[in-house]
Design a protein around this ligand. Structure first.
Ligand code: HEM
Length: 373
C-alpha cells in the first residue's frame, strides 16, 4: 500500500512500547495512515475519530470477517443497527447507577478493605493483589456470577483474551482460548443465564456478551486503577491536592483516562470508499479509530502530553462515543475512583518499590505495580 510513508515505518512493537510519539507524528503529518504491520488504517485526530464513531453507515462494527464474533461468538460489539440495539438494551440495565450504585458505595469499600487487610506486609504487586480482584468482583457482582471465584474468572479472562490476540492462529494458544471459552461458558450458563432470563435474550446471546464483558470489562478497570495509582505516585503535588480535597479524586481519574486511555482503538470496516482528512480509505478496509490519539490531539487539548489535575476542557473519548459507547462506563469509572481513593486513604505512606513498565497499544497498563507503605 503506498501513500502512507510514516504509517509504513510503524510497527506493532513500536506502538506497544510507547505509542504516543508515533501517534503525534501521524496526527501532524499523516492523520489517516495505512500501517502494514497492523494491516489497518489508523485515524488519529479528534474530529476524525468522532466521525468514525458517529457514522456506522460508513464505518461498521459488524466487520466481515469478524475476529471478535469468531472468538467470542456473535456479540454486541461485532454487530450494528437494530441487532446491536436489541442486545445492548437488554444488558444495559444491569450496569446502570440504579443497579450498581449501592454496590459501589457499600460493597466495594468493604472489598477494598478485605484486600488491603490481606496484603503481604513486605509489599505487594498492586496489579494482582488489588486491581485485578476488584475489577473481576465488579463484573461478577453486577451479573450475580457467584458460582466461580474471582481467581477462576481472572484465569478464564486471560484465556479468552489470548484467543482475541491470537492473530497468527497458533494452535497452542487456540487451545488455551477454547478451554477458557468452554469453562467460562459452562459457568455463565449455569448462573448468569438464569439471572438474566428476564432480558428475553437467548442463552447463547447471554454467554457471548458476558464473554465480551470479560474481555472488555476486566482488564480496563484493572489497568485504570493501576495507572491512576502510578500516575499519582509519580505526580506527588497532584496526589497531595487530592488528599486535601476529596472532590479532586473524580477529575484525577478522568484526566488519567484521557492521558493514558486503557483502550486505544475502536475497530471498524469501511463500507464504501471514504475520504477522511483528504485521504481515501478503500471499501472493505479495516479502520482503527485511535481514541488514545484523539485524547492527546493538540487541536483539542492544551499541553495534551501533560497530566493536569485542573484541566477543564470537556469530555475525553476513553469510553468511546456513538452507538458503541462503553456499556460499563459508569461502573468502570466508579470502580476505579473508589478503589484508588480507598487505597490512598487506607495507606498514607504508599510508595513505589520498583521501577514501573507501562506497556501495550490496544490495552495499556503497568506490567506490575510493586508498592510498599
Ligand atoms: C473502566 C474502564 C473501561 C474502559 C476504558 C472501557 C472502554 C471501552 C471502549 C473504548 C469501548 C468502545 C469500543 C468500540 O467502540 O469499538 C467499550 C465498549 C464496551 N465496553 Fe467498556 N470500558 C471499560 C469498562 C467496561 C466495563 C466495566 C464493562 C463491563 C460491563 C465494559 C463493557 C463494554 C462492552 C460490552 C462494550 C461494547 C458496547 C457496544 O458494543 O455497544 N467496559 N469500552
Amino acid at each position: 500500500m503506498t501513500g502512507s510513508p510514516i504509517g509504513a515505518t510503524i510497527t506493532l512493537a513500536d506502538l506497544e512500547l510507547d505509542p504516543y510519539p508515533h501517534l503525534a507524528r501521524l496526527r501532524t503529518d499523516e492523520p489517516v495512515a495505512f500501517v502494514p504491520d497492523l494491516d489497518m488504517w489508523l485515524v488519529t485526530r479528534w474530529d476524525d475519530v468522532q466521525l468514525v464513531h458517529d457514522r456506522p453507515d460508513l464505518f461498521t462494527s459488524a466487520t466481515e470477517p469478524s475476529w471478535l464474533n469468531t472468538v467470542l461468538g456473535t456479540n454486541m460489539l461485532g454487530s450494528d443497527g437494530t441487532e446491536h440495539r436489541r442486545l445492548k438494551d437488554a444488558l444495559q440495565p444491569s450496569f446502570t447507577p440504579t443497579a450498581t450504585g449501592g454496590w459501589v458505595t457499600d460493597v466495594l469499600p468493604r472489598i477494598c478493605d478485605e484486600l488491603i487487610g490481606a496484603f503481604d506486609p513486605a509489599g505487594v504487586d498492586l496489579m494482582t493483589a488489588y486491581a485485578e480482584p476488584i475489577a473481576v468482583r465488579a463484573l461478577q457482582d453486577a451479573l450475580g456470577w457467584d458460582n466461580a471465584t474471582w481467581q477462576q474468572i481472572g484465569e478464564w479472562t486471560r484465556g479468552v483474551c489470548t484467543g482475541l490476540a491470537n492473530f497468527a492462529n497458533d494452535p497452542e494458544l487456540a487451545a488455551v482460548a477454547a478451554h477458557a471459552n468452554e469453562a467460562s461458558g459452562t459457568s455463565i450458563r449455569e448462573r448468569v443465564v438464569p439471572n438474566l432470563a428476564h432480558t428475553g435474550l437467548a442463552a447463547d446471546e447471554i454467554v457471548n456478551n458476558v464473554r465480551l464483558c470479560m474481555s472488555g470489562g476486566i482488564n480496563e478497570p484493572r489497568d485504570g486503577i493501576a495507572l491512576t495509582v502510578w500516575t499519582l505516585l509519580t505526580h506527588p503535588d497532584a496526589l497531595a491536592e487530592c488528599r486535601n480535597d476529596e472532590s479532586l479524586w473524580r477529575p484525577a481519574c478522568e484526566e488519567l483516562f484521557r492521558w493514558i486511555s486503557p483502550v486505544a482503538t475502536s475497530t471498524r470496516q469501511a463500507t464504501t470508499d471514504v475520504e477522511v482528512a483528504g485521504t481515501t480509505i478503500p471499501a472493505g478496509a479495516l479502520v482503527a479509530a485511535v481514541i488514545s490519539s484523539a485524547n492527546r490531539d493538540e487541536r483539542r487539548w492544551s499541553h495534551p502530553d501533560r497530566f493536569d489535575l485542573h484541566r477543564r476542557e470537556g469530555p475525553h473519548l476513553a469510553f468511546s462515543t456513538g452507538a458503541h459507547v462503553c456499556l460499563g462506563a459508569w461502573l468502570g469509572r466508579s470502580t476505579v475512583r473508589v478503589a484508588v481513593q480507598h487505597l490512598f486513604r487506607r495507606l498514607p505512606g504508599l510508595a513505589l518499590s520498583a521501577p514501573v513498565e507501562v506497556r501495550g497499544f490496544e490495552f495499556r497498563g503497568p506490567l506490575r505495580l510493586d508498592v510498599v507503605w
